[in-house]
Design a binder for this molecule. Structure first.
Ligand SMILES: [Zn+2]
Length: 294
């Protein structure tokens, strides 16, 4: 087709044109080749989709499709199963590409990294999607406008859900934070002649911590949970605890791997835990030969 020429089918649909209907019937079930697709895509550039601006109230086709699909869910629809089968074995367009080699992935990656919302910087004046949403919601009130949990059942139940979610997520931390308030300064379990204000020794770095955790097979030496489980439950690696509570004492025998739960426990009953972990380290460091022949 020459540039500027308008295709015979432009503006027609299979509902309005018997010619298109015939083509549509003939092609039913046949997938266009990649070449055909590229051609279609090129020829359609700039042409808005047939259903743009139409709703089931204003257009018979949309009304029919909507009615057909009402009550259907994705999981039960055979068309979904069919498209899943069609896609099987297909290679994603991103396969083998990365943000260093592909401009599109770089853009997506940058957007995701900063969690930039899709509509950032777009306004109804420079973006048709924003414009259409803006027109649609213009004048519409939020469903909960003017309602409170005292006057509306839905608002009340949503407030309840939010509250329980927050409680669920933060109760542990909130409780701990509340407890901590009672142990400030001299009341702090880590207060021993001001030692809690001594910063950790310079030698107590990541390398030492890793070395100790490795020595302890990445297992809490009190309750036995693994570092993997610690990450799962406490969202952190195992802690490395100073057995004699002297943070400047970073020799191996004064350090032991604990999960954060056991580490917190060791802040009370210090005498008990110091003896407990000292024994543990001693029994750990006895050479096997000594046990057998000693
Ligand atoms: Zn533990």
């Amino acid at each position: 087709m020459r540039k500027g020429q308008i295709g015979w089918s432009r503006g027609l649909t299979k509902e309005t044109s018997p010619g298109l209907m015939a083509i549509s019937r003939a092609n039913k079930g046949r997938k266009p080749t990649m070449e055909e697709r590229a051609k279609i895509s090129k020829s359609r550039k700039g042409i808005p989709p047939w259903n743009k601006g139409l709703t089931k109230e204003t257009n018979a086709t949309i009304a029919r499709v909507t009615a057909q699909n009402t009550g259907k869910t994705k999981g039960t629809d055979e068309s979904v199963a069919r498209s899943a089968a069609n896609n099987k074995g297909r290679v994603a367009w991103t396969t083998g590409l990365n943000k260093e080699t592909d401009e599109r992935i770089k853009n997506i990656s940058q957007k995701l990294m900063g969690h930039i919302p899709w509509n950032k910087g777009l306004t109804k004046d420079n973006n048709p999607i924003v414009a259409s949403i803006s027109t649609k919601i213009k004048g519409k009130k939020a469903w909960n406008a003017g309602l409170t949990k005292e006057t509306n059942k839905s608002v009340e139940s949503m407030a309840k859900i939010t509250a329980s979610r927050n409680k669920h997520n933060h109760s542990g931390l909130a409780r701990r934070a509340e407890k901590m308030k009672a142990y400030v300064g001299e009341k702090s379990p880590s207060w021993i002649d001001g030692r809690s204000f001594i910063p950790y020794g310079k030698q107590f770095n990541c390398q030492i911590k890793r070395h100790i955790r490795e020595r302890d097979n990445y297992i809490c030496q009190n309750c036995g949970i693994t570092e993997y489980e610690s990450k799962l439950h406490f969202k952190r690696n195992l802690d490395v605890h100073h057995i004699n509570y002297n943070k400047l004492d970073t020799i191996d025998n004064n350090l032991i791997s604990l999960c954060s739960h056991c580490n917190i426990k060791a802040n009370k009953d210090r005498e008990f835990w110091e003896r407990f972990y000292t024994d543990k380290i001693i029994s750990k460091s006895i050479p096997i030969a000594f046990v057998i022949y000693g």
